[in-house]
Design a protein around this ligand. Structure first.
Ligand code: ADP
Ligand code: MG
Length: 566
């Protein structure tokens, strides 16, 4: 590693901006005085220098050997948690500086911006906009940024330099994440799909602020659904277990139904202490699906939900560039199942009414209805395909008879009303079941050549615009309705995963689901680095789930499906 980055920068003062490129490579981390533990100092690598002041910021990687203690490195979950803790701390330390650190939101995701290795090495990557407004290097300013601001901030990340209360907070953070993973891992054995701890705080401050609502009513598990799950750090945790099968969340408008479902949706990710949802977990294969009119569908088998179409098009090989509310939801449901979802999460607020219900009167008036409403398929979906559902439904009683469990929300308080619901269903006339079973969903073999992120000039284009849009080659993939995408860097990660599928995983003979299995295996081995284009890749990436990768593939308008496998 080269010495004295700051002096080198001062020497470059006034030279043409492009000379920043000469800094590429490893440097000694500029000294911040005597180190208390006499340990290794670390290094600062200019991974990529920007070509001009308007280009994306230069990428700087700081490596701090021995900066994390064994207690926080001994499992992958602890390392992910500690990396998140350090990134949040660093973001705080850099507030007001131009240095950019991708610390993310409320979730604890594996991300390229910060990693903790098994040997205690902490690796942080930041964006550093190098100063040079008139295309001349501002040497002094750059020297201050990389020689003082940055080293001072990263110095606050070393365990030996953390104040006692911050050490305690770091340990609590890691233990909380480890406990969340343990809670999630305990669900399958207990035949649960989700768990909401008593004391959890579910509502968020606003639609754009994911922090917990202040003065919210904390969650209390109804006695009949109360379960106790063991965690390694917090010990036994009491809460509501949502059983496998069909679960209905009912209640009056504005009483907290959607809030409960959204917390369950979020439970596929881990959250830090103070989030309110740190002990709210869902099975890792729980997938939110909703209506999304206007989306494209490429050769999906929607026959489970659409028996025939007035146009005569086949419903087991259905394509459209402009889906209706109901067909979009039908497609999203079967695609989630195809990609391996074990739990579907559905909210009436974001569903197509005719996809959800067809009541007794409408059955009399409209004899030939192409749509098979979810109420017909929701039980066989579990009985025959092993896929559970959690459904918010305050507007129709038709589901009362098909639910295994009915949870009522009343003034944000949950209670179980399964028996009453079944009594009502049994004693009042209802609809007639018109279909039976749940047909197998046809698997698709995707043309790998269609997962090509090349833009017009042949340059790769994979860019996130917020959490709602992924630019992938010449396509903009609309992810607004893919609600479990929580982080912009996850969107970029999804784009990378799609490119990886197209380049190396899919071969034109295996199905999309088989490709996702291979992708999962690679991610299990390599972590988020699996999505990088080599060690000098400057991108901020966060790890997406296979389900969100699949959702993006399915929304790619230029997707081609080579064949179907029945
Ligand atoms: P529903 O789906 O039953 O119509 P929502 O879940 O949308 O109701 O909740 C309605 C409002 O109540 C939202 O503004 C939400 O933030 C708020 N809310 C939900 N749960 C709680 C709670 N536990 N404490 C305080 N406010 C809550
Ligand atoms: Mg609602």
């Amino acid at each position: 590693a080269r010495r004295d980055l700051a002096q080198t920068l001062r020497d470059l003062d006034g030279q043409s901006y492009g000379r920043y490129k000469s800094l590429a490579g490893a440097w000694d981390l500029p000294d911040r005085g005597e180190r208390s533990d006499g340990g290794e100092r670390g290094s600062l690598e200019i991974v990529r220098a920007q070509a001009d002041p308007f280009a994306p910021p230069s990428r700087v990687r700081v490596t701090l050997p021995g900066a994390a203690p064994e207690e926080l490195t001994r499992t992958p979950d602890r390392r992910r948690a500690h990396a998140t803790f350090l990134l949040r701390r660093l973001r705080g330390a850099l507030r007001g500086s131009p240095l950019q650190v991708d610390a993310g939101g409320q979730q604890v995701l594996a991300r390229t911006a910060g990693q903790v290795r098994e040997d205690g090495t902490v690796v942080i990557e930041l964006g550093a906009p190098l100063p040079g407004p008139k295309r001349r290097i501002l040497g002094r300013e750059a020297a201050t940024l990389l020689g003082e601001t940055l080293p001072a901030a990263v110095a606050t990340l070393r365990w030996t330099d953390l104040p006692d209360d911050e050490r305690a907070a770091a340990v609590r953070f890691a233990e909380t994440v480890e406990d969340a993973v343990a809670l999630r891992d305990a669900l399958a054995d207990r035949r649960l799909v989700a768990f909401v701890a008593t004391g959890a705080v579910l509502p968020r401050r606003s639609g754009i602020d994911d922090r917990p609502l202040e003065r919210a009513t904390a969650f209390t598990a109804p006695e009949s659904l109360e379960v106790t799950l063991d965690t390694p750090n917090a010990g036994p945790v009491v809460g509501m277990g949502v059983p496998e099968g069909v679960t209905l969340i009912v209640g009056g408008g504005y009483h907290g139904k959607s809030t409960l479902l959204r917390a369950i949706e979020a439970g596929v990710h881990d959250h830090g202490p103070g989030d309110g949802r740190e002990q709210v977990v869902a099975r890792a294969d729980a997938v939110k699906v909703r209506a999304e009119d206007g989306r494209s569908v490429v050769r999906s088998d929607v026959s489970a939900f659409v028996s025939h179409l007035p146009s005569g098009e086949p419903t087991d090989d259905f394509s459209t560039t402009n889906a209706s509310g109901s067909t979009s939801q039908a497609a999203s449901m079967v695609e989630a199942i195809e990609a391996g979802a074990g739990v579907l999460l559905v909210d009436e607020d974001t569903s197509a009414t005719n996809m959800m219900i067809r009541d007794a009167r409408m059955q009399q008036l409209i004899a030939t209805e192409p749509l098979v409403p979810f109420v017909e398929r929701i039980r066989p979906l579990h009985a025959e395909r092993g896929v559970s559902s959690v459904l918010v439904m305050g507007g129709s009683g038709d589901y009362l008879g098909v639910a295994d469990t009915v949870i009522m929300m009343s003034s944000y308080v949950a209670s179980e009303v399964t028996e009453q619901a079944h009594d009502i269903a049994a004693s009042t006339p209802g609809r007639t079941q018109e279909h039976s079973g749940f047909p197998a969903v046809t698997a698709r073999v995707v043309d790998p050549g269609s997962l090509d992120p090349s833009g017009r000039q042949g340059k790769r284009r994979i860019t996130a615009r917020g959490v709602d849009t992924l630019t992938f080659g010449e396509d903009d993939v609309d992810l607004a309705a893919v609600e479990q995408v929580v982080d912009r860097s996850q969107v970029t990660g999804i784009g990378r995963a799609m490119a990886l599928l197209g380049d190396h995983v899919l071969d034109g003979t295996i199905t999309l689901a088989e490709g996702l299995d291979l992708l999962d295996a690679q991610v299990a081995r390599e972590g988020v680095d699996a999505l990088r284009d080599g060690p000098r890749d400057p991108a901020d990436l966060a790890l997406p789930r296979r389900h969100e990768v699949a959702a993006a593939v399915n929304r790619l308008r230029s997707l081609r499906v080579r064949s179907l496998r029945g």
